[in-house]
Design a protein around this ligand. Structure first.
Ligand code: GLV
Length: 310
């Protein structure tokens, strides 16, 4: 049986090595092996071109090289092949570390000190810059899927107050308060909002002028979900009006973020280049292999709900 491997990540060699190690009995082909397209049963992909997907007529499973699956669902030729998203706790830890670093940056006023360092100024005005204790800060998790829950639980262990928002009624106990029908209250209760929303029709521009206007004047918005969920123009206008409002962005409407974007140089914005939870190749391929073994035993394992778009 044949696996097609395709990536736009920079570590293709490492991926191939790990896939060969785990999927010992499978032939691994690239998109240049045109004569093998019909034999391809599994695809391990990131940003596969649509004209290739169209030709893989015997495909049984698509493995996403990331937690997000929008890069597959957005392909016009994608129909119904089961998709396996990555649910790797090690990626959850990466995401939690990233979120924590950005919360601490805000909580400890580190951007201010970095500014003062730049102008060699000693400002020990502790009254203005007294850091709040963890249990005084409410962290709102927007999107409580696999990664959202992971981040929430890590932050709870550090004594932060954690709340979550989901659009449908919460059917289980998350271990923290879920606002399942009250977005406004969720927004206005949060000192920090961490958005981990997937990209769907419904989430496009979800964080817009109206959303931002409900956030506390002194607060932080972290976006580690998808760029299209945040209206960047509205964000820039909001940042310019609210001098105690901060934003940490890892994902953007256009990636790489164009040099012309005003976000690059805004003093209250932190930018990282879509690295908050990069895939850990070794553990990712191991997880894919486990799913593949289950599939061989006749178990269907996809948890991507096409009707929800993620
Ligand atoms: C990264 O954005 C991912 O989907 O894993």
């Amino acid at each position: 049986m044949t696996i097609l491997f395709y990536t736009t990540f920079s570590d293709a060699k490492i991926w191939k090595k790990e896939i060969k190690k785990q999927f010992k009995n499978e032939k691994i082909v690239s998109i240049d092996d045109k004569k093998n397209y019909k034999k391809v049963k599994y695809a391990i992909i990131w940003n596969l071109p649509d004209n290739i997907l169209k030709k893989l007529t015997n495909l049984k499973i698509i493995f996403s090289q990331g937690a997000g699956v929008d890069h597959i669902l957005n392909l016009p030729s994608y129909k119904q092949t089961p998709i396996i998203r990555l649910k790797d706790p090690a990626m959850g830890d990466r995401m939690s570390n990233h979120a924590l670093s950005q919360i601490l940056n805000f909580q400890l006023n580190l951007k201010k000190y970095s500014h003062y360092q730049g102008i060699k100024k000693w400002v020990d005005d502790i009254e203005s810059y007294a850091p709040l204790e963890n249990n005084k800060l409410t962290i709102g998790i927007l999107g409580v899927g696999f990664l959202g829950k992971h981040v929430a639980n890590s932050l709870k262990k550090l004594d932060y107050k954690v709340i979550g928002f989901k659009k449908n009624k919460a059917k289980k106990n998350y271990g923290f308060k879920i606002y399942d029908n009250n977005l406004n209250q969720f927004i206005s209760s949060s000192d920090v909002i961490i958005s981990i929303l997937p990209s769907t029709k419904e989430t496009t521009n979800f964080i817009n002028k109206k959303f931002l206007s409900k956030m506390k004047k002194k607060s932080l918005l972290i976006n580690v979900g998808r760029g299209n969920t945040l209206n960047e123009k509205d964000l820039i206008l909001h940042l310019n009006k609210q001098k105690n409002f901060y934003s940490s962005l890892d994902v953007f409407q256009n990636e790489p973020l164009p040099k012309s974007s005003k976000l690059w140089s805004h003093p209250n914005v932190t930018i990282t280049p879509h690295v908050a939870s990069i895939t850990i190749v070794k553990s990712a391929v191991k997880q894919m292999h486990l799913v593949y073994q289950k599939y061989k035993k006749g178990k269907i394992i996809s948890d991507v709900k096409l009707e929800n778009g993620y």
